[in-house]
Design a protein around this ligand. Structure first.
Ligand code: FMN
Length: 211
């Protein structure tokens, strides 16, 4: 179910196929007989020079892939000298990631109601995130058939199918049991200490009327 979440897309996944075939059409244009004895991959990006033309894009639920996945990605990005973007739907909080990683951090915000947006942006700012990404293509969640079939949601839905899936991936299951159910930590409060309440806050706060 985790693989399907990472690899899958909405409805009949034709958007994913179109994207792949568009990327397949791109090719390098070889330029011969130029001096490539010194090669340089660094590029200017938003006012600074980064060593690779890459940024780690925001992905929600990184702990489903790897325990403390947000931090692992932030540290790897820091080591490579490139920015890491933390998702609104991260499993570690804005502050936890900032505390554990020393590279450049960006924060991704969904279009949510103003007060929540303000509070998340202020938290990111105080925790030294340098750049804000506003994601405007998720007014409502896509109809992801694989996830619905697998019961992949926050929190995971227990079912015979999920149990068989977990048992046939014992390493994943072990790390999952050792690290506990991934939470949407940016929404954790005394009143929302479990994943279901945190996910409900995010769902309620999405502002589909924004234009
Ligand atoms: C598993 C997964 C989770 C994602 N989660 C988020 C997210 O939480 N917020 C967001 O703005 N984009 C999210 N995205 C979109 C990515 O940030 C990125 O824009 C998209 O994957 C296109 O880049 P790519 O062609 O390198 O995959 C997610 C993508 C994937 C595959």
């Amino acid at each position: 179910m985790v693989f399907d979440y990472l690899e899958g897309a909405a409805d009949d996944e034709s958007g994913l196929r179109h994207n792949r075939s568009a990327f397949d059409k791109l090719q390098f244009l070889p330029r011969r007989l130029s001096d490539v004895s010194t090669r340089e991959q660094s590029v200017p990006l938003l006012g600074q020079q980064i060593p690779l033309p890459l940024v780690i894009a925001p992905t929600g639920l990184n702990s489903a892939f790897w325990p403390k996945g947000d931090l692992a990605l932030a540290r790897a990005a820091g080591k490579a000298g490139i920015p890491f973007a933390l998702s609104t739907a991260s499993n570690m909080s804005i502050e936890e990631v900032a505390k554990g990683a020393d590279g450049e951090l960006w924060f991704q915000l969904y279009v949510v109601h103003r007060n929540l947006a303000k509070s998340l942006v202020n938290r990111a700012r105080s925790a030294r995130y340098s750049t804000l990404i506003l994601t405007t293509d998720v007014a409502v969640n896509g109809f992801r058939r694989r996830d619905l079939r697998n019961g992949f949601a926050m929190p995971f839905k227990a079912s015979a199918r999920a149990a068989v899936d977990g048992l046939s991936h014992s390493r994943w299951l072990w790390s999952y049991l050792m690290n506990g159910m991934p939470e949407l930590k940016n929404f954790a409060t005394d009143d929302a200490s479990d994943t279901a309440s945190q996910a409900a806050i995010l769902r309620r706060q999405m502002d589909a009327s924004f234009s």
